[in-house]
Design a protein. Structure first.
Lengths: 667, 317
């Protein structure tokens, strides 16, 4: 068996082992911290190795797991696409494995059930790893459900709050609606291909109508899991209530598994493209990106804000995928490969910086017990390392050079700007408008993360607990630091990674990025050197050298600067309460984009007779999309209750009729 | 790409730093004349910066390390963005390092740290300035990108040197996309460089400040760098407008004569732009903050119209 598959199986085994060992933490709580969580880290390392080897190898390897039914063996397969997503999952799991021991220590003295935390984390990881390895619809769906079900228990971990139980229920419901759609989509492919294996599906000769049906089902199912607007409303409810390192895994990695599923099903299994699909994916992606960041700007719960920003980034990834579909449908494989690489690179980048930020939010929760931005402030001085890594995450997620978020947004722009090569004027203007929305999204994301960082880490503390926050333990800093370093590396030497990444389109579309490093590793030229080039190493080097020179020449090293009271135009000395709050910061944007939000604002009488101003910003998706569906379902259920007469004979009659109808359909 | 062109690129980058205060001094002089004042000498911004560098820098007790690093970062990022825009000559290698999206990204990086520095001390004005700046940039940045994308798509390259070369050889002044993009970019330039009617660089009313509110706590060399970076940004936008939309006269070879002519021409173009800006600032009044989004939406709309008219009308034709 090839080394890559061996590593992948080791990763699966280690994750399962971690789940089993954490059962012992019922008696000895330390087991979770000292054994089960480090095993997760090892599993991540194994997955990362497996993924990288598979990417560098250049050919697919298959194996059979000793599980499954006699006529339905569990086939696994590791090609470049699985390898890429395996390494994305692996690297985040590795960092979480380093971070989590210090974090789960908090739970040792609480009433929370440790075996359920460790056990379901292990199963959750096993599920995710197995999804990307699966080589058949049967394994895929089993792994998918394992992933969804075990993460349900992690979302419901703090189940003593009613709101958390509600979020978990909503999550379970949505996961199953999505799972159903994916299953049906596989069903269509299996019916034409004559088998549940991916090999059989690849060879299926689909009628165009059925292909579109399979595509729509897959887009719905995976889009629901990935959190595309307007199906996203469950995501900001569910992701934040899990423990923070699990939130990092869910937002950073599980959404990527949904992206993987979409790419596998549409680009690999269906394997034919229509421009209408591209337009649909592009439009939904653009809307998700824009609305995601606008809603993120309105949140003041840090973890909820990060969850909404995941909606934004998933939107950007799907914009890349939509562009890829458009170019492939018009027969331009080269540009399709560029757009696909942009989407994949953003998937990797988002996994990294979102994990940095969620782990940072977890550190704040650990040290100060606070999730509310309105009560933070001045944390940079209390926890400088966490502050530095969080800053790296903020710059990266805002898409600013020289970090990694910029590179993938730049690639997406480059793909969109090649639109003049399309024949249809309508398609060209659709792409142009979506490029405009991407630009708007990027600028708003910068505003959003200036607000987060400025309010949480700068200024003065707004509450007592935050004023006394302790610096994070070494393990937490190391886990976060590893990811922050990778954000920097992926931003500064993108050519090295994109060269490896181009193996994915080469295997999937038969077309790699031939021109990406035409002028050497210094210059990233995705389409061709004449069209665009970006030298991230030179930009970063000039930035750092000039910065160091400036500090040394003008600031004369780290010479002390004399301190004094803040000037503030000579008004009264500034107090924490006089600072701009997170809500105040976003007020102008709330006003400009007011139509997109459902805003409740007014003055309410308190029970003690005092009056208080209140402001709530609700998601419009609830009123426009979720509630009507709920209403329809409830009405239908009410109609169905008419069948319930309470008499056994009537029920037997219904059963007989159903049986007859089914027999008639089959025959 | 040889040593000569790299040397020229460095020279052009230094030229940006050297010329930036002069443009501000020129605009102030013209404005003073229009207001029937004699005004300060056009060298005054140089003296101001020199004076500030000589003074001691002080920091508030509540300021963090970011507050100290921000002026250097803001200046460097703005300078790097400027260095990638052709000022005097086109054949320089710096343009390949950073295309127009990278330039927008570097400006956004500078703005990111400027806004964070405003929030660092924890005063009300700093937060106010940062919030307003981010609102304005959130609308102005996409408009700028759209306007430049229009030209980039015409030239089939996001590399500014290729765009300028393309404009020089086949420029059609009456193309609708060209006019829309020009109008959009002019509005963006006004908003991004903090000029009237969006922001007033010489205001002393705290509640109307945007850029000034963010750098309120700075003093000494820190303030000098922040001011210089703002002047650099004005010159950057001036050069962008002058050289992309009116590229005539820019040096296409690296001979002394061509370079001298290029320098003279670009100074003349910038002086003219300065006069236009001074006149418009004299006849216009500053807008209320919540009228600004309407102004920027107009910029966004114009830029998008430019892009759409290009992809619909001009590509196929």
């Amino acid at each position: 068996m090839p080394a890559a598959l061996l590593c992948a199986e080791a990763a699966l085994g280690l994750a399962l082992l971690s789940a089993v060992t954490s059962l012992f933490s019922l008696r000895v709580p330390r087991v979770l911290r000292l054994l089960a969580t480090p095993l997760i880290g090892l599993s991540g390392l194994a997955a990362l190795t497996a993924g990288l080897v598979a990417l560098l190898n250049g050919h697919a390897a298959t194996a059979e797991l000793p599980l499954g039914l006699p006529w339905l063996p569990w086939q696994i397969r590791l090609d470049a696409l699985s390898g890429f997503f395996l390494s994305v999952i692996g690297v985040v799991i590795l960092a979480v494995g380093i971070y989590a021991p210090a974090y789960v220590r908090d739970f040792e003295h609480s009433r929370d059930s440790l075996p359920s935390l460790g056990g379901f984390t292990g199963l959750f990881l096993t599920g995710m790893l197995l999804v990307v390895l699966a080589d058949g619809a049967f394994v895929f769906m089993v792994a998918w459900e394992l992933m969804s079900l075990s993460s349900y228990f992690l979302v419901a971990f703090h189940h003593d709050h009613a709101a958390n139980r509600r979020a978990a229920y909503l999550y379970l419901l949505m996961a199953h609606v999505g799972g159903l759609a994916i299953l049906l989509s596989f069903g269509v492919l299996a019916a034409f291909g004559g088998g549940f294996g991916f090999d059989a599906m690849r060879g299926a000769d689909l009628a165009p109508g059925w292909a579109s049906g399979a595509f729509v089902l897959a887009f719905f199912g995976f889009g629901l899991k990935a959190g595309l607007v307007p199906l996203h409303a469950w995501l900001p409810e569910a992701h934040p209530v899990a423990p923070s390192h699990i939130s990092a895994l869910m937002s950073g990695v599980m959404l990527k598994v949904a992206v993987y599923g979409f790419i596998r099903l549409v680009f690999d299994l269906i394997g034919r493209y229509h421009w209408q699909w591209g337009v649909a994916v592009l439009a939904i992606g653009s809307i998700s990106a824009l609305l995601g960041v606008l809603y993120a700007l309105m949140q003041h719960d840090l973890k909820r804000l990060l969850a909404y920003s995941s909606v934004e980034n998933i939107g950007i990834i799907f914009m890349g995928l939509g562009l890829a579909l458009l170019f492939l449908a018009t027969g331009d494989e080269r540009l399709g490969a560029v757009a696909l690489v942009a989407a994949l690179y953003h998937s990797l980048n988002h996994a990294l910086f979102k994990a940095v930020l969620f782990l940072g939010a977890g550190t704040i929760l650990h040290s100060a017990g606070e999730r509310d931005l309105e009560k933070m402030g001045g944390l940079l001085r209390r926890m400088p390392w966490t502050g530095l890594f969080f800053l790296v995450g903020c710059i990266a997620i805002s898409g600013l050079p020289p970090l990694n978020g910029f590179v993938s947004e730049w690639l997406t722009f480059q793909a969109a700007l090649q639109v003049w090569q399309l024949d249809s004027g309508v398609l060209r203007s659709v792409v142009a408008i979506s490029a405009a929305m991407l630009a708007l999204t990027g600028a708003l994301a910068a505003a959003c993360f200036v607000r987060v960082y400025g309010v949480a880490f700068l200024g003065q503390a707004r509450s007592r607990a935050v004023r006394r926050a302790r610096p994070a333990p070494l393990g937490m800093r190391a886990g976060q630091g590893l990811l922050a370093l990778l954000c920097l590396l992926l931003g500064v030497v993108p050519t090295a990674f994109i060269g490896v990444l181009s193996e994915v389109p080469r295997q999937l579309l038969g077309q790699g990025l031939t021109e990406a490093t035409a002028h050497g590793w210094l210059w990233l030229t995705p389409v061709s050197p004449q069209i665009a080039s970006y030298s991230a190493p030179l930009v970063a080097a000039t930035l750092f050298v000039t910065l160091a020179l400036g500090l040394w020449l003008l600031g004369r090293g780290i010479r002390r600067v004399r301190r004094c009271g803040a000037w503030d135009c000579g008004f009264a000395p500034p107090e924490p309460g006089m600072q701009y709050t997170a809500t105040a910061f976003a007020q102008p944007i709330r006003r400009v984009f007011g139509l997109l939000f459902h805003i409740e604002e007014g003055v309410a009488q308190q029970p003690d007779g005092r009056r208080r101003h209140f402001l709530r910003v609700h998601d419009r998706a609830w009123g426009l999309f979720y509630l009507p569906v709920v209403r329809v379902v409830e009405n239908a259920a009410r109609q169905v209750t008419r069948l319930q007469s309470g008499s056994v004979r009537v029920y037997l009659g219904w059963s007989l009729i159903t049986l007859l109808v089914l027999l008639w359909i089959i025959a | 790409m040889n040593l000569v062109t790299w040397g020229l690129a460095l020279w052009q980058a230094l030229l940006y730093v050297a010329l930036a205060p002069l443009l501000v001094g020129w605009i102030r002089k013209v404005k003073a004349r229009l207001q029937n004042r004699r005004g300060a000498a056009i060298w005054q911004p140089y003296w101001d910066i020199y004076k500030l560098f000589g003074k001691e820098a002080r920091m508030a007790h509540t300021a963090s390390l970011l507050f100290r690093a921000a002026p250097y970062l803001v200046f460097t990022a703005t300078w790097l963005a400027a260095a990638a825009i052709p000022l005097v000559a086109t054949g320089l290698p710096t343009a390949a390092i950073a295309d127009v999206i990278v330039i927008a990204g570097l400006l956004a990086l500078a703005r990111f740290f400027l806004a964070l520095a405003g929030m660092d001390v924890g005063t009300a004005f700093g937060g106010m300035g940062a919030s307003r700046e981010m609102l304005i940039s959130a609308l102005a940045e996409p408009a700028m990108l759209m306007a430049v994308f229009t030209l980039a798509m015409t030239a089939h390259s996001t590399n500014l040197v290729s765009v300028v070369e393309h404009q020089l050889t086949n420029l059609d002044l009456l193309q609708p996309s060209y006019l829309f993009a020009l109008a959009g970019l002019v509005l963006v330039a006004i908003a991004e460089t903090g000029r009237i009617p969006v922001d007033n660089p010489s205001t002393h009313l705290e509640l109307t400040m945007i850029h000034e509110a963010m750098i309120l706590e700075y003093s000494g060399r820190h303030l000098a760098l922040m001011e210089w970076a703002a002047q650099l940004k004005l010159l950057l936008y001036g050069a962008l407008l002058a050289n992309i939309f009116f590229p005539w006269g820019i040096a296409r070879e690296t001979t002394g004569g061509a370079l001298g002519l290029g320098l003279a021409v670009v100074i003349a173009k910038l002086a003219l732009l300065g006069v236009v800006l001074a006149v418009s600032e004299t006849v216009l009044a500053k807008m209320r903050l919540f009228r600004v989004p309407a102004f920027l939406n107009l910029a966004l709309l114009l830029a998008l119209l430019g892009l759409l008219s290009h992809v619909i009308l001009e590509v196929g034709a």
